[in-house]
Every structure is written in structure tokens, then in C-alpha cells.
Write a protein that binds this ligand. Structure first.
Ligand code: ZN
Length: 374
């Protein structure tokens, strides 16, 4: 007698309902469950990833998607329930110039955190579907593009209090500049006061990186950024401190890799901060400058956990949150939103800078839904 070695999947294929051939591979990473697979776009340029409840916690997850050929860009068109009914169609937001997630824009590496906030419909069924589009250089949807998907999922269902880890990484010579290191560490401490009102605790750690010349995350040096973010193997946002951001305008205080940001190592899973832009030409931090630095750091962390500016400085684009009022001019927007953490610019006069620490309830809800908040 012999036993057949027909793969179980092939046997089960004849009885579809019995097939448990899970296309996702899994491992533990950063203390969370990490699942990954590839999927290929169909003739219309779209691919729909199915996340079954038996494999995925529906509490919160962070999806990272990219084309394996490195040539196509990827965007998330919509999230659907098990019956194919859209829970959220992101292009609808753009029709009214509102931004809910950066995942709606096509990018080489795309991140979606779900649910984005408690405004999303509850998942009742056995499956969530994410519909992705692959786009070629001419911005046409592209068939037969293989996408790599990485999903980090968290079972943390406390959406009113939590902890966010922050790695301050001093790059190049700045690590030997004690005054500078002290100023950034002090800003990290003051960060706690910004997030304290929404019961978000900041867990700060510090490290160094040998190379001091880095561009904004996602704007070059992909291998360096990937290696750097790989070097900090914890569930935290990597914040790289450089003297000057390579290739960026000298008035940029800091920049985040994406909205929301990645947690697994990648070319854009982090924040960069310019010491020079924050400290001013004397390269020394005064006490008010440390306050401003703490607010800048808080603002960039806000982007990483998924917050948009409540209004852009063009005053014709907004976030999709209901409690950040829509305004259409500089004076009105400064009045209504100028003290918000996510206001797009520091508001300073000869008397100093306006404190921008306000976080609205909807912004707080979104922060606590971020997969990296535990
Ligand atoms: Zn910003």
C-alpha cells in the first residue's frame, strides 16, 4: 500500500468551501503578527486582497504594498466588506478635496492603516477586502503587475489610551554634539506634554547612525534608509536627526515618510528633522526653540500615525475629519486652526511662536487607531 502525496490544496480545490489554502505567510515581527503574500493585478489593472477574519485581527492593521518590479506605483482604491460593498471609497474624498489616507495616492510604497478612525463602518463579516491599483509611468492602470503585500496587525483594542515609541537617531557628527543631543532629548521630553491630554504616552529611546548626509525619507538613499530603519528593531517611529536635510530647502524643519507611515523597515519608514532649520543660524537651541522643536516633532509624528494638515496653505485642501473646520483664507484658518498640532506652518512673530499643541477628538481617535500605538 502507499499513501498518495497529492497536495492537500489540490484535493480541497474540488470542494471549494473546504479549501483552507491560506495564501498568506506569517511571522512575528516587532511584537506584532506580520503576514505577507504576493498578488497580481488583473486585466483592468486592479488586484483585490482578501483578509479573512480567521487569519487577521480586524482590530487594526497596517498594510504596505509595492510592485515587485520596482517600476509601477500602487494606490488603494477602496476597502470593501465580504460581500464586495465598499466600506470606504477613497477617491470620493478627493472629489471634495479632502484627504483621509495617503494610500489613495499612487506611490512606489503605499501604506494604509485600517480602520483609519472610529468613523469607519464596523466590520461584521468574515473578510475585509482591499482593492489596489497598479499604475505605470504614463499613469495608466497596468495589468499583470505583481504586488508584494505586508500586513502588520495589532490586537490592541484600547482606542482611548496607549503608547507610541519614538526612536531618536542622531546621524553622523551630530551624535558627538552634546548640546545638540541634549536639546533634542529635551524636546523629546516636552513631547510628552503635547500628547498627555489624549492619553498617549511617549516611550523615547535614542541611538546613533554613522552617516550624517540623508535626504527626506522617500526622496533618495533608499538602501541607507532601509538599513537605518532596520537597525532599530522595535515597534517605534524612527526619527533621524541631521544637521541639514540633503537636497531639501533649508527652511524645512522636518518631514515624515508618508501618511500614515510604515513600521517595517523601508526607504521611507521614518521622519527626518533638520537641526539647523530648527535651531536657527547660531546652531544653538534657546528654550523657546526647544518648544518649537517639540511641536515640530509632534507634528511629524502626527503625520506618521495618519494625520493630515487640517488645511493646506493653499486653503483649498483639507483633511477628512469632521471636527477640524473647513476654512478658506489665511486669517480664518489661523483663527480656527492655528493652534492645532497639525497646522501646516509655525506661526511666529517678534513676540515668539504660537503654541500649536491642540489635538481634536477626531484626531485623537485616529492616533489611537494607528497600528504602531499599543
Ligand atoms: Zn506637516
Amino acid at each position: 500500500m502507499f499513501r498518495s502525496l497529492v497536495p492537500l490544496c489540490a484535493l480541497a480545490a474540488s470542494a471549494v468551501s473546504l479549501c483552507s489554502c491560506n495564501p498568506w505567510d506569517g511571522e512575528e515581527q516587532l511584537g506584532l503578527r506580520h503576514q505577507f503574500r504576493t498578488i497580481t493585478t488583473g486585466g483592468d489593472g486592479y488586484a483585490t486582497a482578501r483578509l479573512p477574519r480567521e487569519e487577521f485581527s480586524f482590530t487594526k492593521f497596517l498594510l504596505a504594498a509595492r510592485a515587485t518590479d520596482g517600476e509601477h506605483t500602487v494606490y488603494v482604491d477602496r476597502v470593501l466588506d465580504e460581500e464586495g460593498t465598499p466600506l470606504r471609497r477613497f477617491l470620493s474624498d478627493l472629489e471634495v478635496n479632502e484627504w483621509r489616507t495617503g494610500a489613495v495616492a499612487d506611490q512606489a510604497l503605499n501604506h494604509l492603516n485600517w480602520p483609519i478612525s472610529d468613523a469607519e463602518p464596523e466590520i461584521r463579516g468574515e473578510e475585509i477586502r482591499v482593492m489596489l491599483g497598479a499604475v505605470d509611468a504614463s499613469r495608466n492602470l497596468a495589468p499583470s503587475v505583481q504586488l508584494r503585500l505586508d500586513v502588520l496587525q495589532s490586537d490592541d483594542s484600547n482606542f482611548t489610551s496607549g503608547t507610541l515609541g519614538v526612536n531618536l537617531i542622531f546621524a553622523g557628527d551630530i551624535a558627538d554634539d552634546d548640546e545638540m543631543v541634549d536639546a533634542f532629548e529635551e524636546a523629546g521630553e516636552r513631547l510628552r506634554a503635547i500628547f498627555d491630554p489624549i492619553e498617549l504616552e511617549i516611550e523615547l529611546s535614542t541611538s546613533t547612525w554613522p552617516e550624517g548626509t540623508l535626504p527626506r525619507p522617500g526622496f533618495g538613499a533608499p538602501q541607507t534608509w532601509t538599513d537605518l530603519t532596520e537597525s532599530t528593531d522595535n515597534l517605534a517611529i524612527d526619527v533621524v536627526v541631521v544637521y541639514e536635510i540633503a537636497g531639501a530647502s533649508s527652511d524645512i524643519l522636518g518631514a515624515a515618510g508618508s501618511i500614515p507611515g510604515g513600521l517595517l523597515s523601508s526607504e521611507k519608514s521614518g521622519i527626518i528633522l533638520s537641526a539647523t532649520a530648527n535651531a536657527g543660524p547660531d546652531l544653538r537651541f534657546s528654550d523657546p526653540e526647544i518648544d518649537l522643536l517639540a511641536a515640530t516633532l509632534g507634528h511629524e509624528l502626527g503625520h506618521m500615525v495618519g494625520l493630515f494638515h487640517p488645511v493646506e496653505l493653499s486653503y483649498d485642501r483639507w483633511d477628512a475629519l469632521e471636527d477640524t473646520p473647513r476654512c478658506t483664507s489665511a486669517s480664518t484658518c489661523q483663527n480656527l486652526l492655528g493652534s492645532n498640532l497639525m497646522y501646516p506652518a509655525a506661526l511666529c512673530s517678534v513676540n515668539g511662536c504660537l503654541t500649536q499643541h491642540d489635538i481634536t477628538p477626531n484626531q485623537a481617535s485616529l492616533i489611537h487607531r494607528y497600528t504602531g500605538v499599543y
